[in-house]
Design a protein around this ligand. Structure first.
Ligand SMILES: *Cc1c(COP(=O)(O)O)cnc(C)c1O
Length: 384
């Protein structure tokens, strides 16, 4: 046990020379980051107004192929606003994977809606579309043209697929299910900037999507996020709601609803503009890393490198190993790797186990509960 993981640790370290400790994921600044940030400071435009926010939104929309991007303070705020503008209401049930970062469920709760946990597929690590369809068949009925949970009587309003570690879910199947059951789709694309489903960038499939630029994501603005949508009206509403719902006027303070101060500062957007310029290179380097890892891991029995699904091009944000849990105990594995200076991490604790969420409805979660004992992330920074 110790032997194979110490061998793996030394091979990972060789990739990341000259590091004693290899972090999980670090930001990469190789372009105009410093220049743009300094420009904000020299000109005084560091806060809520400035040209970089507009440029960042435009470039982001161009890169992802959506009509509009609205930049906000973080990915969680983007999700919160995505749910609000899509029409999620108090007491709606929202179907989300249990195997996701806690922000997905938090955003649902910020809307006073109810997370309803569903299972993932071990082939994609995202929502298992076929299992979801069978589950909806069993537990729902139609009332006044909306989908209702027979057991709770609540409206099931939306599904939030999440593209785990950058690997796109089986989105076409999910779209069909959403149409059949009249559900909205809101994509949690926080991890999947640079990931494509059959040539279309993630974030284009739902009514609206959220993306994150936290420090550990593929590109960063320090902290930041964006709402993506192909619906101009929704984009305008998202911009309005995230900028205190202020009606445009040269001096008057008139706000037409309770808004949010969620706009991304110009300073952060400046960093983001430079990062977006580097994104194509970072994506290439991440794919090279996958190829290195493939060579390493083809030699070790009971350890499999997770590869992108056949229909997808993934950004490979976090490199993922699936270990044979009959052979290796996950915590012992993590202990050995971390002792060797390799910052390996488990996948998230499934949300249906967590105190703030364990009383919410859930489907059978067999795959989720199995994957929790088998999936780890290993160092994933692009080697520059
Ligand atoms: C990172 C992330 C978020 C939230 O992004 P923040 O910018 O950290 O608020 C939401 N969902 C998923 C799946 C994430 O990985």
């Amino acid at each position: 046990m110790n032997n194979i993981w110490s061998e793996i640790a030394s091979q990972i370290k060789e990739l990341y020379i000259p590091r004693d400790i290899v972090p999980l994921h670090t930001p990469t600044f190789i372009g105009n980051e410093e220049q743009y940030v300094v420009d904000c400071i020299r000109t005084g435009w560091v806060s809520s107004v400035g040209k970089y926010v507009d440029v960042f939104e435009k470039k982001l929309a161009e890169f992802t192929g959506v009509k509009r991007a609205v930049a906000v303070v973080n990915g969680t705020a983007a999700l919160h606003m995505a749910l609000k503008v899509a029409g999620v209401q108090e007491n709606d049930e929202i179907l989300i994977p249990s195997l996701t970062f806690v922000a997905t469920a938090n955003a649902v709760r910020y809307c006073q809606a109810v997370p309803h946990f569903i299972d993932v597929s071990d082939k994609t690590l995202g929502i298992d579309a076929e299992k979801l369809e069978a589950y909806l068949q069993e537990i729902t009925m139609t009332r006044d043209n909306v989908c209702v949970n027979k057991h709770t009587g609540r409206v099931i309003r939306a599904v939030i697929p999440m593209h785990t570690f950058g690997h796109p879910v089986e989105i076409e199947k999910l779209i069909n299910t959403c149409e059949k059951y009249r559900l909205l789709m809101i994509e949690d694309a926080a991890e999947s900037l640079g990931s494509y489903y059959q040539g279309t960038h993630t974030g284009n499939f739902g009514k609206v999507a959220a993306i994150s630029f936290n420090g550990n994501k593929i590109i960063t603005t320090g902290g930041g996020g964006a709402i993506l949508t192909n619906d101009e009206e929704l984009a305008n509403y998202a911009k309005h709601l995230t900028t205190t719902a202020k009606l445009p006027h040269r001096w008057q303070y008139n706000h037409d609803e309770v808004g949010y101060n969620y706009r991304l500062p110009n300073l952060n957007a400046a960093l983001g503009c430079a990062q977006l310029e580097n994104l194509p290179v970072l994506l290439e380097r991440k794919r090279e890393l996958t190829n290195y890892y493939e060579q390493i891991f083809c030699d070790f029995q009971g350890v499999t490198l997770f590869k992108e699904p056949s229909y997808a091009k993934s950004n490979y944000w976090l490199q993922t190993l699936v270990i044979d849990d009959k052979k290796f105990e996950i915590n012992e594995t993590l202990e050995v790797l971390n002792n060797y200076g390799i910052m390996a991490r488990p996948i998230w604790t499934p949300l249906h186990y967590l105190v703030p969420f364990r009383h919410f409805p859930k489907s059978d979660l067999t795959a989720t509960e199995k994957l929790e004992k088998k999936v780890i992330n290993i160092p994933s920074s692009p080697i520059i």
